[in-house]
Design a protein around this ligand. Structure first.
Ligand SMILES: [Ca+2]
Length: 489
């Protein structure tokens, strides 16, 4: 593994195929990404970022960088698309997430990869999912499982532990079902949740009739709705924490993933409020609103402990909403499992009292894996070299941050109609090339002029098509070198 470096704000630069140039100690101090970039030949020819004015440019004063190490609470929702909640103008009433976003910074161009395990792998390693062995969803049965987290991949909590953090995961893990790929062996001091991809029932918590619920290494069989359990367990753990001793809580709910099973009182509330709402839709709305209420309880616990002022809270989702169960992904095309925007664009907001100015909104582009270096930088600790993710902490803190020059890649390996092959996409500035069915002709869109990805410009823009096609193929070739199946014994 690469050696970590300390105190480098923008330690990496990107080339079109994602190779890294470590700034390391050579640059020292807080060097801007712009200053670092010319260090290598620059094959990137596209525009940088969306050509929009950042709404944060009118912030009154830059906020000082943190002095102490904050606590970090990272809340991951399961299958919530960009436009689902009222936080981003959607129809579900999510006052907790709305308040959280209002008191911090909202991202309107935040992306994941297409599905659960890959997004979690990227987020917790700061690397593209395929480079850590997780191109698709990890499942119970080998013939439908498309990933095996590399043993040598080092996860975010490992680095935080080195910096003196207590680390906990509550809820969904989804990065392996057995040793060594279980949370307690990958950096988490405390694990209270389930190992699997989903539950077949929110009350029995079984998957394929197997109980994956754990308290650390112990199999447990608790009673109650999974959302309520995770809320309670998160609060239980927070109550063991002390002011001045930093912690990292990774709170990964499985709601509102299928099966769509809201508690009946929450369903009744939605139906009473929205006369004539379809039953299917009402259930999904209720499951999301119940989830929002749970997150509210966790934030209340944080406040009761007197910890909320010292805590960076980030919430996001692992992938877009599932349209087949009534999800609303806002003004995007398609949904979960696809590399159109509806599958890969998700809500994200971050709150840190006194550090992140309230009420901001940014159109800068970021990926889930960028959270990894962002959290380490916020913690004031070592950021390893060799990451694909780039810290967006300066943006959170209201500081000038050039849009990183990089291509963004999305990919999913899957069975069924995909026959074990992959779908993929590349984004460069406003341009996006994608292949949403293995082997299908690739489609080219300009997201600035065509955010709904309706007008395929593949034939009209052959030069751009070729550049992106070449860059995507080069990235896929990098991925080929990485094993993603469990080694045979
Ligand atoms: Ca998901």
């Amino acid at each position: 593994m690469s050696q970590p470096v300390r105190g480098i704000r923008h330690q990496v630069a990107w080339t079109a195929v994602g190779s890294l140039v470590a700034g390391g100690g050579l640059f020292g101090g807080a060097v801007s990404a712009q200053e670092v970039l010319p260090a290598t030949p620059e094959p990137f020819k596209g525009q940088v970022g969306l050509s929009v004015k950042d709404s944060r440019s009118d912030f009154p004063q830059p906020i000082q960088a943190p002095k102490g190490s904050p606590n970090v609470v990272l809340v991951i929702l399961d299958d919530v698309g960009f436009g689902a909640t009222s936080t981003f103008g959607g129809p579900c009433q999510t006052p907790t997430l709305e308040r959280l976003a209002r008191n911090g910074l909202r991202y309107t161009q935040f992306h994941t990869t297409a599905l659960s395990s890959p997004t979690r792998a990227a987020l917790l390693t700061g690397r593209y999912q395929d480079l850590v062995g997780v191109p698709g969803v990890i499942r119970t049965h080998a013939n439908s499982s498309w990933g095996h987290l590399l043993p040598e991949a080092t996860l975010l909590p490992v680095y935080l532990k080195k910096a003196g953090y207590k680390t906990a995961i509550v809820g969904k893990w989804h990065l392996g079902l057995e040793s060594p790929n279980v949370p307690n062996e990958r950096g988490f001091d405390h694990f209270h949740g389930f190992l699997g991809d989903m539950m077949d029932d929110y009350y029995s918590h079984r998957r394929h009739n197997i109980n994956y619920m754990r308290l650390n290494g112990e199999t447990i069989d608790p009673k109650g709705h999974a959302t309520d359990l995770f809320t309670q367990w998160a609060c239980d753990w927070l109550k063991t924490q002390k002011k001045g001793e930093p912690f990292f809580l990774y709170l990964a709910y499985n709601a509102p993933h299928t099966p769509i099973q809201p508690p009946k009182e929450w369903l009744a509330k939605v139906k009473a409020r929205e006369a004539g709402i379809a039953d299917r839709r009402a259930k999904l709305v209720a499951l999301i609103e119940h989830l929002d209420d749970g997150i509210g309880k966790v934030l209340s616990c944080l406040k009761e402990m007197g910890l909320d002022q010292d805590t960076l809270v980030i919430f996001t989702s692992d992938n877009g909403g599932q349209t087949g169960v009534g999800a609303n992904n806002g003004a995007t095309r398609s949904g979960k499992g696809n590399v159109y925007e509806g599958g890969i664009r998700v809500p994200m907001a971050a709150r840190w009292p006194g550090r992140i100015a309230a009420g901001g909104r940014t159109k800068r582009i970021a990926l889930s894996m960028d959270i990894f270096p962002t959290v380490l930088e916020a913690a004031g600790t070592e950021i390893p070299t060799g990451l694909d993710g780039i810290s967006f902490l300066p943006t959170l803190l209201g500081q000038q941050q050039p849009e990183p020059k990089r291509d963004l890649f999305f990919r999913r390996r899957e069975g069924g109609q995909y026959k074990g092959k992959t779908i993929q996409a590349i984004r460069r500035g406003d341009w996006k090339l994608l292949e949403n069915m293995p082997g299908a002709p690739r489609e080219l869109y300009n997201l600035k002029t065509d955010p709904l990805e309706r007008k395929n410009l593949a034939a009209a823009e052959p030069k751009m098509f070729k550049e992106l096609d070449d860059a995507l193929n080069a990235q896929l070739a990098r991925y080929e070198a990485v094993p993603w199946q469990k080694p045979k014994k």
